[in-house]
Design a protein around this ligand. Structure first.
Ligand SMILES: Cc1cc2nc3c(=O)[nH]c(=O)nc-3n(C[C@H](O)[C@H](O)[C@H](O)COP(=O)(O)OP(=O)(O)OC[C@H]3O[C@@H](n4cnc5c(N)ncnc54)[C@H](O)[C@@H]3O)c2cc1C
Length: 431
């Protein structure tokens, strides 16, 4: 068996690799981890293995700006010269087939074997597949990677009718983009409201009204029975989405956005503990010594809520990457970042800070009709989350309040951002 290291790998007297950190997955988490390892002073060999052949890029624009112009290029995370200058070996278009936690090696699909001293799994998530007749028809799309977005963009260029299955973030972002480029769009959502798992009722109903204002037809409490092809059969291109009520909604293209599942395949095959994601502790350590994991693929102890959960956000992946870099180098690391997320849907910027568990009270501020407002979410007297629509300043303030453990009074909220800033400053945090 030939075992190779990355560039700069130090080989000890007995011929084994001394220090070689390998990161599997070059998405938001993997690239940040490589960056942070170098920032933390790690000088050993460092390899980033990516199944995706593209130079690593930002994923959020794929459902937004990238779809608007046929010639829009992916927004890269770092230029190639960054990886060169930092001596990070980037293996693009290279899939890890298996890992061996005992031998501390991994095998690529091309058969090559690499040895590692520490391993970081940053394998992300994969779109949940729709399991109804016709879901494999040509013209049914999923969206995760740049190649998916390119295909969706090309194939919807001439489409008149687009059906989006799933009224979550990705579905609604694509729906808004498509509607604003003149397509007839229908969103089909099984739950009783849009973004039901992610935002409070006021934000949910505001966004429904906004999307309807863009001309989008929104169907909630509606399931999909099947996707039918040309002439009603299951061959050829997609023709219609048939709801569980029996309505056939015309479709030249269908986007399925019904959530994502953590990519735990490598970890599970290697016997690493997985439970709604690769299970890690507060220092991003998995159940296997020397193996760490971050981002969309992990479930972790969320300290503020006291729950074990999984998050899908750029913030979570990059903050965990910083934490894992420290932990891999044997430094104190304790993941306790305030969770935050954004979603741009047409002219609406939704931002969420904190996680809305055990909510028993919500306080609104701002102007719902004008589409600029904030919803403060409380559990008892404690502020646990803040959702804003087109109020980025208040979102930032919310993140600082949550980090400081500061809960504003209703009067302070009613007085507005200036009063909140003053109250936060009085609490000892510079706003
Ligand atoms: C269209 C879209 C829009 C989004 N919009 C937002 C947004 O507005 N705001 C926000 O906060 N978040 C958004 N997200 C979510 C955000 O992109 C993810 O939370 C983030 O990318 C997670 O980072 P990650 O590093 O954990 O995983 P990813 O970025 O998914 O990276 C994982 C990488 O691992 C690779 N990989 C997997 N298995 C292997 C293997 N065996 N060998 C080699 N490589 C492998 C994959 O190819 C992938 O490139 C969006 C996601 C999508 C898809």
């Amino acid at each position: 068996m030939s075992v190779r290291g990355g560039p700069g790998a130090r080989v000890t007297g007995d011929g084994t690799l001394d220090e070689h950190i390998i990161i599997i997955g070059a998405g938001h988490g993997g690239v940040q981890a490589a960056t942070s390892l170098r920032e933390e002073g790690y000088q050993g060999a460092l390899t980033l293995v990516s199944a995706d052949p593209e130079l690593p890029y930002h994923k959020p624009p794929l459902s937004k700006t990238f779809l608007k112009a046929q010639d829009a290029a992916p927004q890269i995370l770092k230029a190639q010269m960054f990886y060169d200058a930092q001596n990070i070996a980037l293996r693009l278009g290279s899939t890890v087939a298996s890992i061996d936690p005992t031998a501390r090696t991994l095998t690529l699909e091309d058969g090559a074997t690499l040895a590692w001293s520490k391993l970081l799994l940053a394998t992300g998530a994969r779109p949940r597949r729709l399991a109804v007749p016709g879901s494999e028809l040509d013209g049914v799309f999923y969206l995760r990677e740049c190649a998916d977005a390119r295909l969706l963009r090309e194939r919807t260029a001439a489409a008149g009718d687009v059906v989006v299955i799933g009224g979550g973030f990705i579905g609604l972002e694509v729906a808004a983009t498509m509607a604003m480029s003149g397509k007839r769009v229908t969103v089909v959502e099984a739950a009783d409201r849009l973004l039901g798992r992610a935002v409070s009722a006021p934000v949910s109903s505001h966004m429904r009204a906004y999307h309807e204002g863009l001309g989008i037809r929104v169907l909630t409490r509606t399931g999909v029975r099947q996707i039918s092809g040309q002439d009603g059969d299951q061959d050829g291109g997609v023709r219609a989405v048939v709801t569980d009520a029996g309505e056939a909604i015309p479709a030249d293209a269908v986007l399925v956005g019904i959530g994502a599942e953590p990519d735990t395949r490598l970890a599970e095959a290697a016997g690493i503990l997985c439970d709604n994601g690769i299970r890690v502790d507060a220092a991003c350590r998995t159940s296997a010594p020397g193996i760490f994991a971050i981002g969309d693929c992990v479930s972790f102890p969320h300290q503020a809520s006291g729950r074990v959960l999984r998050l899908e956000s750029v913030q979570n992946a990059t903050d965990q990457a910083r934490c894992a870099a420290k932990a891999m180098l044997g430094r104190p690391a304790d993941f306790d970042a305030v969770a935050w997320f954004w979603s741009d849907q047409g002219e609406r910027k939704l931002q969420m800070a904190g996680l809305a568990f055990d909510i028993d009270r919500q306080v609104l501020s701002g102007d719902l009709d004008a589409g600029a407002f904030a919803v403060f979410l409380f559990s008892g007297e404690r502020l646990v989350a803040l959702e804003t629509v087109n109020r980025p300043g208040e979102h930032m303030l919310g993140r600082r309040m949550l980090a400081a453990g500061f809960s504003p009074t209703d009067a302070q909220i009613a007085e507005g951002p200036a009063a909140l800033k003053a109250a936060l400053a009085a609490h000892g945090m510079s706003p």
